[in-house]
Design a protein around this ligand. Structure first.
Ligand code: UT7
Length: 336
């Protein structure tokens, strides 16, 4: 591309990865006061993938990154952005290590922290890097080893969250070509940060000099309130993104929403008037994989043929922060 005017970030590769370990609802009912019927009817989840002891977020990210680079046809990127809530360590960021392991040492590399909306915040960040001319090609990975922060005894979260990664490669291109990422609508509401949080482990608790209270190092979610806000925010952000793209809601061929809960996805789609056959979903077999949710869904749907070149895709997510986002793109022809 010559000149920066009218530059857009264009998706040119996609890849997803889940670790081989599978946990079924029956495995969970053996150790928690829950049932297969409750989990399926309340969340839509039947199985989920989990890491082995010793596996870290970077390991998942490298696998997804490799697949996305391969799909793009070139193992090249001048920036690596990693969206995650479960970095390998508190310091440094995990992205530089992932870049080095992918043979991209020297590239700009940093993490983005926006919990389940991390991929959409990452898309906006990557688009900005490209629009500003800071990067020509960005590898955006979203990876979470979410089970590392889940209390295995908390039936409200242990049945939902799981591990996985997804990635896209973005190149500089024109806003009117297939794959160009539309305006990303983002928002946050820090007044409701306590709905989804890990209370301990950060400067607030560490500055006291006292050890974390038992259980405070684990992730907590107030499910019912989160549910209500997730539906409201994803619906509103989706409408704004569709309007920005100059589309009507009836033009949306595929809804790729953060796989938080099958009932939330149905409620959002109903409010948007998007029929079930236009909704992409993999929650039944992967659960809620945090930031990884949307790119993993895109990779699996593209591979299965549920997402094809020319489809007008609406992406939307909601999660801790609180934070939410939405954007649009016309799916490009990709090797997956
Ligand atoms: O990814 C980030 C964004 N996350 C979300 O958007 C998730 C939003 N929330 C949800 O997906 C749902 O709220 C949950 C799946 C977490 C919970 O479903 P719910 O229908 O909202 O249930 P609830 O939290 O209101 O709980 C209903 C009952 C409670 O019992 P009582 O108080 O009615 O006696 C819970 O204790 O279900 C109980 N319960 C369970 N029972 C069996 C909670 N978890 C379980 C469980 N098995 N695993």
């Amino acid at each position: 591309m010559s000149g920066r005017a009218g530059r857009a970030a264009v998706v040119c590769g996609v890849g997803g990865y889940v670790p081989p370990g599978v946990v079924t609802n029956e495995d969970l009912t053996a150790r928690l006061d829950t049932s297969d019927e409750w989990i399926r009817s309340r969340t839509g989840i039947a199985t989920r993938h989990v890491i082995e002891p010793g596996t870290a977020t970077s390991d998942l990210a490298v696998e997804a990154g490799l697949r996305a680079l391969k799909s793009s046809g070139e193992a090249r990127a001048d920036a690596v952005v990693l969206a995650t809530t479960t970095p390998d360590q508190p310091c440094p960021a995990t992205a530089p290590q992932v870049a080095a392991r992918l043979g991209l040492a020297g590239a700009a590399a940093f993490d983005v922290s926006a919990v389940c909306t991390g991929f959409l915040y990452g898309l906006a960040t990557a688009s900005g890097l490209i629009a500003a001319g800071t990067a020509e090609r960005v590898l955006l990975i979203a990876a979470d080893a979410f089970t590392t922060i889940i209390d295995p005894q908390d039936r409200g979260t242990a049945v939902i969250f799981a591990d996985g990664a997804g990635a896209v490669v973005l190149r500089a291109g024109r806003p009117d070509e297939p794959g160009a990422v539309g305006r990303t609508v983002l928002g946050s509401d820090g007044d409701h940060r306590h709905l989804i949080e890990v209370p301990a482990g950060g400067s607030r608790q560490r500055s006291t000099g006292l050890p974390a209270a038992p259980g405070e190092e684990f992730f907590r979610m107030h499910g019912r309130d989160t549910y209500r806000m997730a539906v409201e925010r994803m619906t509103a952000a989706s409408k704004a993104a569709v309007e920005s793209a100059g589309w009507d809601l009836a033009d949306v061929d595929r809804l790729a929403a953060h796989q938080a809960n099958a009932r939330i996805l149905t409620a959002v789609a109903e409010r948007l008037g998007i029929p079930p056959e236009r909704q992409l979903s993999n929650i039944e077999h992967v659960g809620n994989t945090g930031a990884a949710s949307i790119p993993l869904l895109l990779a699996q749907a593209a591979e299965a043929g549920d997402l094809a070149a020319g489809h007008r895709v609406l992406l939307t997510a909601f999660g801790g922060g609180l934070a939410w986002g939405s954007t649009t793109l016309v799916w490009p022809g990709l090797d997956v």
